[in-house]
Structures are given as structure tokens and as C-alpha cells.
Design a protein around this ligand. Structure first.
Ligand code: F3S
Length: 286
């Protein structure tokens, strides 16, 4: 079987940094390590960390259960400003592994809203990254999830807007939203904060899916960037499989499949990608 493995498959820079930070912290045997939310959307990694004694703090209420010798690692997509303040107030030690690209959005939102501009964010309002971004606005802030939301947006035309995006938002959709807002005649400061890692991964996956007979997308079921990859690949290749690990792959591919493309979401560890690749190439597990 011929395999085309995407160059941009797997951990992006920000996720790698956050995961490495937790593993480094675990080395300090004298303290208890927590992560604020699962460090990445990947059950395998989360389970491995659990086995090393790492606990997940799920919300602000859980902060009361953090032990005195505890250190919390903040994951790549960051936390809301108030949550960080709470952690500080409680005197809990923490390591901030928020991706610098996400930090940049926090800064832009903070500064632009201080200038009196209304903030518009393209993204999923319920995603923790967006909740974090929203929290940095010092005034009105709106989240646009779809083109319909953009069309319905109806603030007075003299409102000065600054538009940013969730890092993993679809670039084409972002451009369409920009077009809709421009069409409404707003004075709008557009800052494309979509992360290159996402764009590159999506463009490459689409290209591979178009030439492959089957396409495998590896990642956690709750990872939104993996789901987006699956959506993109399914549009180009009808035999597209969404798997978490090699165990989810079918025993046999349908007839006529000679070329298999593989890509993976930002939270998929290298070893899982390698296992899938070996299985597809040779038909055996590592
Ligand atoms: Fe950062 Fe981009 Fe990854 S924003 S967490 S490097 S997808």
C-alpha cells in the first residue's frame, strides 16, 4: 500500500510546548502536578499523564482541591482572565503554557477594546480558547460562529470594530465573514489571527485527500481541529476514516484502494501517527 503522510500531521508548536511542559513538571517529584482542563484533546496522552499522577482541574471550583504543594499547568489555548486571577488570589503556583499565538490575541483584544473598539471574534463561543479570548475584552464583544451570524450582525454602522479569530477557524470562512462585514460599511480593523499551523495542515490535508484513494485522519473525538480536518478530507475523498488510534482502523480497506493519505490533528502524538502508518504500510501493528 502506498502511503502519503502529511508533513504537518500532529503536534503543532504550541501543543508540543504545553505537553513538554507537563512532562518536565512531572519530573519534580516533590510537587503534585495539575493541568487546567485536559492538556490536549487526546485520551492516550491524558491517560499517560494520569498514570504519572497528574490531575485535571476542570473548573474554578476545583481549585479548592489543589494541594498546597500543587502546580497547575495552563494549557495551550489558555484560560479566562478571571480564572488566572483566581489562581493568583489563592496563591497557587502555576506554569503558563498558553501558546504565544493565543497570548497575542489576548493582547490585541485587550488593547483594541481599551481604545473603545468593539471586538468581534470568529470562532466557536463554547470553545475554551474563545472563552479565554472573550475574557480579555474590556467592553462589548461578539462571537461570530457562522456566515449567518455575520449577516445578522446589526450594530450601528459607525461602531468601530476589531475582528480577530480563534486560531483554528477555517480560513475561507474567515475571509467570507470579512467580506460580509466590509459590505456592511463598518470601520473595521481586521487582524487575521488564524494560526499558520492550522492553515498549513488543512491545505495539505485537502491536497492529499484529493489524490488518495482513502484518507485517514487521526485525532481525539473532542478535538475540534481534527474534526475540521475530517470534514475537509471527506469533501475530497469518500473513503475518509476518523480514528483515535490504530485500533479504530478497519481490518481491510475496500477494493481498489492503493494509495492512502494520513494526516493528524494538532493534539496527536507522533507515536500514534507512526503506529497507523506502519499498520497501513505493512498490515501489522508495531
Ligand atoms: Fe498555537 Fe497554533 Fe498550535 S495557535 S496551539 S501553534 S494551532
Amino acid at each position: 500500500m502506498e502511503v502519503i503522510l502529511a508533513e504537518h500531521a500532529g503536534f503543532c508548536f504550541g501543543v508540543k510546548k504545553a505537553v513538554d511542559t507537563v512532562y518536565e513538571q512531572v519530573e519534580h517529584k516533590d510537587k503534585k502536578i495539575y493541568t487546567y482542563g485536559p492538556i490536549i484533546h487526546n485520551e492516550e496522552v491524558v491517560k499517560d499523564l494520569e498514570s504519572k499522577g497528574v490531575e485535571v482541574v476542570n473548573n474554578v471550583d476545583d481549585l479548592s482541591n489543589v494541594s498546597e504543594d500543587g502546580t497547575i499547568v495552563i494549557r495551550a489555548h489558555g484560560i479566562p482572565r478571571k480564572t488566572e486571577e483566581k489562581i493568583k488570589q489563592k496563591g497557587i503556583s502555576y506554569v503558563d503554557a498558553t501558546c504565544p499565538f493565543v497570548k497575542r490575541i489576548h493582547r490585541i483584544v485587550d488593547e483594541e477594546s481599551q481604545k473603545g473598539r468593539t471586538i468581534v471574534i470568529t470562532g466557536n463561543a463554547k470553545h475554551p480558547e474563545v472563552e479565554g479570548i472573550v475574557s480579555w475584552a474590556n467592553g462589548p464583544v461578539y462571537v461570530i460562529e457562522s456566515l449567518e451570524d455575520a449577516q445578522k450582525f446589526a450594530l450601528p454602522v459607525e461602531t468601530e470594530l476589531t475582528l480577530v479569530s480563534q486560531t483554528t477557524f477555517n480560513y475561507k470562512k474567515f475571509k467570507d465573514v470579512v467580506e460580509i462585514f466590509n459590505g456592511k460599511g463598518y470601520n473595521i480593523n481586521i487582524v487575521n489571527t488564524i494560526c499558520n499551523a492550522t492553515q498549513e495542515r488543512q491545505t495539505e490535508a485537502e491536497k492529499i485527500a484529493a489524490e488518495a484513494d482513502a484518507m485517514i485522519v487521526i485525532g481525539g473525538t473532542s478535538s475540534s481541529n481534527t474534526r475540521k480536518l475530517y470534514e475537509i478530507c471527506s469533501g475530497k475523498c469518500k473513503h475518509t476514516y476518523f480514528v483515535q488510534t490504530v485500533d479504530d482502523l478497519p481490518k481491510d480497506f475496500p477494493e481498489g484502494i492503493y494509495k492512502v493519505g494520513i494526516t493528524a490533528g494538532a493534539s496527536t502524538p507522533k507515536n500514534i501517527i507512526e503506529e497507523v502508518q506502519t499498520y497501513v504500510r505493512t498490515g501489522t501493528d508495531i
